[in-house]
Design a protein around this ligand. Structure first.
Ligand SMILES: [Zn+2]
Length: 296
């Protein structure tokens, strides 16, 4: 449930909100066929793909970085008691994330920064908590950083435009705007640096404003990659976008750039949605790339 490792001087902890065989591959990866999963079964099963169910395992996890006096939460999952009638697996959850944050040394009142790779509903949920009839900040002493282009996109209502798959939905109003209204939010852009340890890089394509965060300490590199990858499948088959990617060509370009960077730098890939062991490395193999699970 809670696992910790080091990247140089920084402590990096993962907290699991949930994980399981929730996704029909035809929905998550519309361009992939059943045979694509069968050919990669030795890598995909059992932690990312359950062959006898024909379902992909999708995880929702948070990453926490502790360095110096900073406690940084990266992406905030689905959240408790969020009404998501259209998505039963996310509807009105009641998990122990708050207790697990305390156990991980990141009690909500101690968190200094909350950063989001993008503002889709499964990355912003714990920003707020339902209390006394309204949504209040879960991390009352933190500064929250929203990717500016995702924020503007939603603020202008472009996620509601015809033909757009709206992955932001009501979360913008129950998990993003309450933070803005409390004055705890800042909008960030690629090139920014947060808490003197995370650099912000553009990864637009999955969403209009998606970013990644790069952590480098003592020669070690970790990259918090948001949803450039939903599954190790996309490391071996980078042409496969998720069904949620708003700009398909750009999403593929960003994925290829990221794969080359991860392999060149031997950086640790810290995604949100992979199954066990939830992070790993990208290695070059036979003219392409392969996923190497990390050990804990
Ligand atoms: Zn996601």
């Amino acid at each position: 449930m809670i696992q910790t490792r080091r990247i140089g001087d920084a402590t990096v902890t993962r907290i699991l909100e949930y994980s399981g065989p929730t996704h029909d591959p035809a929905f998550l990866f519309p361009e992939a066929e059943r045979g694509d999963f069968d050919r990669l079964e030795s890598i995909m099963a059992p932690h990312h793909w359950v062959p006898h169910m024909g379902k992909l395992i999708v995880t929702i996890q948070f990453w926490i970085v502790q360095t110096g006096s900073s406690i940084i939460v990266i992406d905030t999952g689905v959240g408790n008691y969020k009404p998501r009638q259209d998505i039963p697996r996310m509807h009105m959850l009641n998990t122990l994330v708050r207790e697990w944050l305390v156990a991980a040394g990141a009690a909500p009142e101690d968190v200094t920064h909350v950063v989001m790779t993008h503002l889709h509903a499964d990355h912003v949920g714990w920003n707020t908590t339902w209390q006394d009839g309204r949504w209040v900040p879960t991390f009352p002493n933190a500064t929250y950083y929203f990717p500016e282009d995702d924020f503007t996109f939603c603020q202008e209502g472009k996620n509601k435009a015809p033909g757009v798959i709206d992955v932001f939905g009501d979360s913008f109003f129950d998990s993003v705007m309450p933070i803005m209204n409390e004055g705890l939010a800042r909008l960030m852009r690629p090139g920014d640096e947060i808490a003197d340890c995370l650099t912000v890089h553009s990864a637009a394509g999955h969403s209009p404003g998606q970013v990644t965060f790069r952590l480098e300490s003592k020669g070690e590199v970790g990259i918090f990659s948001g949803d450039i990858f939903h599954s190790p499948l996309q490391i071996m088959r980078p042409e496969f976008n998720s069904g949620y990617c708003i700009w398909p060509e750009r999403a593929r370009e960003v994925r290829m750039q990221m794969l080359n960077q991860l392999a060149d730098e031997e950086a640790l890939l810290l995604p949100v949605h992979f199954g066990d062991p939830y992070c790993g490395y990208v290695r070059r193999q036979n003219g392409g790339f392969v996923f190497e699970p990390a050990t804990w």
